[in-house]
Structure formats: structure tokens, C-alpha cells
Design a protein around this ligand. Sequence first.
Ligand code: ZN
Length: 256
Amino acid sequence: MKKILLICFALAAAANVYGWGEKGHNATARIAQKHLSCGAEREVTRLLGGYNMAYWSSWADGLRGDGRYNFLTTWHYANADEGQTYATAPKAPKGDVYTAVVECMERLRDKNSNDSLRAMYLKLLIHFMGDMHCPMHAGYASDRGGNGYQVTFRGRKTNLHSLWDSGLVDGAHVWSAAEWAENIDRRMRRRERRELQAGTPLEWMEQTVVLSHSIYAGTPQDESLSWDYINRFSPLVEEQLLEGGLRLARILNEIF
Ligand SMILES: [Zn+2]
């Protein structure tokens, strides 16, 4: 029993550090898949060995502990302290989620690359586009992206990072990843979709930093967060997942 508890704690702790929980990444990938052009979908499916993007969306989180992928350790996030933007914040020497997205895009565009390398960078791009839109992956460096910012959510002690990775996703709606993707990918005019997809990875990164900083300002540490908080912020969670998926589709449509 003690061993099972320890494993549960280890899993919960690991989930705190590595981006949207599996559900958020899965939903982002499903939305992207739906908005692929026919040509892009054919090439993506071929590179992914016949599987869809959701299947690989959390693959990058499972690489921890595998020495071959140590170079990815800091690629899941980018920190910016209060008063900083992404551009002015100190950079992680081995890369961050913004440089990760850019590198994956370049590797996929490289016509001289082989299929197995391109498949790897495709799986990574699917994941890191989710992380880039996950607000606490652009949190303060001083509290490790909200991991050191203690809050109480529905009577349970947690931290801001974990709350935004999965607590809010699970608290907002009792939906599966497939339901999340289906329900938040609302009908909209093509022009509105284009607007959501517009911009560059650098602009998306800066948007997430601004969002993250507003979340700190709107999250008191001395009161128990509950339905008010869910009601206030769940539209934001939905929008981040939707934008991550739509923008991922745009990138892949342009590359393939
Ligand atoms: Zn991640």
C-alpha cells in the first residue's frame, strides 16, 4: 500500500512540471488534426506511422529519464519574472519552449532530413505547441513557473502550476479529451479562425507570458479557490487549448 501511495505521489509530482496534463495535450492535437489540409494530413499520418496526432501528443513528457533526450529538459517552458517579457527575460542556455517550436519547424522544413528525424520533430512540435499555450509554462522563474506558488483549490492544497496544467481542466468540465476537442472547437467564420491562427511563435509566446502574469495577479494565495475561480478562468483555458490546436494546424499546413 505504501509503495502504491509513493508511486501516486511521484506521478502527481511529475505531472506538475510538464505542461498541460495529458488531456490538454490530447485535446490540442485533436483540434489541430481536424484543421489539417488533405495534403498535410497525409504527410503527418505517414510520418506518425499511421497514428493520429493525439496518440503522440504526450510522448515528449515520457522521455524524461531517457538520457538520449536530455537535451529536451528545458524545452517545455520559458520563464519570465514580473516586469519582464519573453524577449527581456534571461534565457535557458539549452533552449526553451519558444526555441523548441522554432527548431521543430526548421527541422520539419529541412528537405535533407530523413523521415525518422522528421517524425521525432513532428511529435515534439505537437507537444510543445501545447506547452507554449499553457499559461504557467511562461510563469515566473523565481517560483519555478508557479510550482512554488501555493494555493488552495476546492479545499485541497496545490500550486498554481499544477492548478493550470490539469486542476482547472478537470474542474471546468467533466469531459474526455475527445469531448474537450469537440466541444470547444466552436463553429466560427473563416475570418475569425484566421485571426486566431494569425501571428508568429514569438508573438504567441509573448501572449502566454502576459496571460501568465495576469493569472498571478488574479490568484490570491490566502483564500480557497473554488467555483468563482473556475467560472472566471475556464473560458481562458478553453481559448488557450483551441488556439494551440488551430495554430498547430496552420504551421503544419504551411510546412506540408
Ligand atoms: Zn511538456
